[in-house]
Unconditional design. Sequence first.
Length: 149
Amino acid sequence: MNNRGQGTTEYLIILAIVIVIALVVVGVLGGFPSLGSGISAGQSKSYWGGTQPLAFSDWSIGGTTGTFVVKNLTTGTITLTDLNWNGSSVTLTDVNIGPGSTVTVTDTDLTCGVGGGQTFSRTLGFTYDTPNISGIKFNGVQAIVGQCQ
């Protein structure tokens, strides 16, 4: 009767199978973000397209020129006073954005490789004023991601 270790062996095999299945499930559900190359352009568009009160619905950067399409999602006028790109302020003249309106903001201080399929991923933050409060800062949780033009 050499069955004394059989129960322990079966237990360890079942435990190993459960751990492998759990790791596969966590990996499929995106539980290991540091293993990937970051967020995709689609995820970035989805995030920035819904930020409140100002949504960034589109952007492009080529050479040193960047263009951002910004929409006011509130019922009052908002003044965009500052854009912060990777920790550096972007040259910006105050932009008044009416309720529900969309404006295009252009800057020539941004850098990106030229064409060739190069991509960029940069942090973005901004400062804005409402009719009642001035100097409100917003720093995005996800980066602005895209392809250099």
